[in-house]
Ligand binder design. Structure first.
Ligand code: C5P
Length: 214
């Protein structure tokens, strides 16, 4: 079984995908974390833009049960900073970066049941998925959620809600307007608006679609 969840930043798709993976006992792939791992590798190795493609040929990025790895080491909070968010959204406009990520995802999805979240999974990466969802929410709500997430990871930080919202809008615009694989509602996707729903409510809506489709 292949389930895809696409949508803008902070819509709740990763949280929902993680829950779905537990309910159906299938693998969760957070595709954004792979873009983040690539950006992180460029950052810590101080790779300049002209060398991105060569660096990517040598980099060891994997995806395991506990998430994305760089040289065998699990990446967690270090890929959740605003610098990595910004660079990952910039490099996601490059075809060679997208090819690298798509290949990793397809390799896993060919072997087992998966739930994958991202921006172009149902439209481009796995267009033959069994169930496609597009997760959306009001921008203010998304910014509030992202701020809570960032605060949880870094309790001492002083994160301004306006800055978080501006950052989300900037990344959304980049994702929607890029030439290759822009953020789109995939064909035949079910739209789930999470603005006023709890995680439990949204999960119930998704499960209902999956159960009724069986
Ligand atoms: O989902 P997350 O915010 O972790 O993703 C980081 C960045 O990776 C996004 O801002 C987006 O530009 C890019 N991305 C993408 N396609 C995907 C997943 C993420 O372009 N399928």
């Amino acid at each position: 079984m292949i389930i895809t969840l696409d949508g803008p930043s902070g819509s709740g798709k990763s949280t929902l995908a993680k829950k779905i993976s537990k309910i159906f006992d299938i693998t969760h792939i957070d595709s954004g974390s792979i873009y983040r791992a690539i950006a992180y590798s460029f950052m810590i190795n101080e790779v300049t833009e002209k060398d991105y493609q060569n660096h990517l040929k040598t980099v060891d990025i994997g995806y395991e049960k506990n998430g994305v790895t760089l040289n065998g080491k699990n990446l967690k909070n270090e890929i959740r900073t605003s610098e990595v968010s910004d660079l990952s959204s910039k490099i996601a406009t490059e075809q060679f970066v997208r090819d690298f990520v798509d290949e990793k995802i397809r390799e896993i999805a060919n072997k087992k049941s998966v739930v994958v979240d991202g921006r172009d999974i149902g439209s481009t990466v796995l267009p033959n998925a069994d169930y496609k969802f597009f997760i959306e929410a009001d921008v203010k709500k998304r910014a509030t959620r992202r701020r809570i997430q960032l605060k949880r990871k870094n309790p001492n930080s002083d994160i301004n809600i306006r800055e978080v919202q501006e950052d989300l809008i900037k990344r959304d615009e980049r994702d929607k307007n890029r030439e290759i694989s822009p953020l789109r509602i995939p064909e035949k996707a079910y739209i789930i608006d999470t603005t006023n729903d709890s995680i439990k409510d949204s999960i119930q809506k998704i499960i209902k679609v999956i159960k009724e489709g069986e």
